[in-house]
Design a protein around this ligand. Structure first.
Ligand code: NAD
Length: 276
């Protein structure tokens, strides 16, 4: 079975570098997809309240018989629940749906720069960590200025920042900032949501060289440059394909070719203007 490496957080806890994302996994299928993933060796689930499938994740965990400390579960605070009290209420609601006493990582889903609630929300997450309801706290879609704002106001640096990141959007400046401040980089839409990126000729050439798929090459690239990834799929064959990336390594030429694919192109919303 594949051995998934762990990355260390700035709070002493660790995160498996590979997992399963469940955005757009239909609620009715989620328990079955997550159970399938557990059978294949997945131990890290990236969810969110807004994905509306936390019950399915919780049902799969319960049915798995796996020990709680063998699993890593992330969920996220939705934008409309930001603010001190709203955040604490939303976390309790997520824990109840997940049937868990704690989550391993709780993230503020978006900075929503229009509403000025970042610091109050972050203080609530610090309290939730002290209360034992979350092991680690972090953010998502935060820009450097957002990270500086909450760290300066509270003295608490997020354990992780989950941002859009794939070969077309390599986020070098933000990743350098994370490295300097001990923040783990989590890559969302690591495959740029499948499709066109995976047809790129240079990725296909690297894939042929290693006897792997373009998706496996991209996921392996993430792991080697130090990102956490959790590609989404609902298909057993793809779930198996995506985790089968720990038995080969990209060489310096491969990494250089993938570095050249960066073109600053997003497949999702820009956090500077996302105020939904
Ligand atoms: P992704 O890059 O993981 O792409 C998933 C899509 O790629 C699948 O729907 C499928 O069409 C295709 N795919 C998957 N495996 C494949 C394979 N082996 N070969 C070919 N195609 C394949 O995109 P995503 O689902 O947007 O992102 C992954 C996870 O990131 C989400 O499930 C969620 O957990 C997280 N996420 C977070 C945010 C955020 O704002 N924090 C935003 C988007 C996604």
């Amino acid at each position: 079975m594949s051995t998934v490496p762990f990355l260390k957080f700035n709070d002493g806890h660790s995160i498996p570098q590979f997992g399963l994302g469940v955005w757009q996994t239909p609620a009715a299928e989620t328990a079955q997809v997550v159970q399938e993933a557990f059978k294949l060796g997945y131990r890290h689930i990236d969810g969110a309240a807004i994905y509306r499938n936390e019950e399915g994740v919780g049902a799969a965990i319960k049915a798995s018989g796996l020990k709680r400390d063998a699993l890593f579960v992330t969920t996220k605070l939705w934008n409309s629940d930001q603010g001190h009290d709203g955040a604490l209420r939303a976390l309790d609601a997520s824990l109840s749906k997940l049937q868990l006493d704690y989550v391993d990582l709780y993230l503020i889903h978006w900075p929503t720069p229009g509403n000025n609630r970042q610091v109050d929300t972050w203080k609530a997450l610090v309290e939730a960590r002290q209360a034992g309801k979350v092991k680690s706290i972090g953010v998502s879609n935060y820009r450097i200025e957002d990270l500086e704002r909450i760290a300066d106001a509270t003295g608490v640096v997020p354990a992780a920042n989950q941002v859009e990141l794939h070969p077309w959007l390599q986020q070098r400046e933000l990743r350098d900032f994370h490295a300097r401040h001990g923040i783990v980089t989590e890559a969302w839409s690591p495959l740029a949501q499948g499709g066109e990126l995976l047809g790129d000729a240079s990725l296909q050439a690297i894939a042929n060289k290693h006897g792997k798929s373009a998706a496996q090459v991209v996921l392996r690239w993430h792991v080697q440059v130090g990102n956490v990834v959790f590609p989404k799929s609902v298909h057993a064959a793809r779930l198996a394909e995506n985790i089968a990336i720990f038995d080969f390594a990209l060489d310096a030429d491969d990494l250089a070719a993938i570095a050249r694919l960066d073109r600053g192109q997003r497949v999702g919303p820009d956090p500077s203007t996302a105020n939904f």
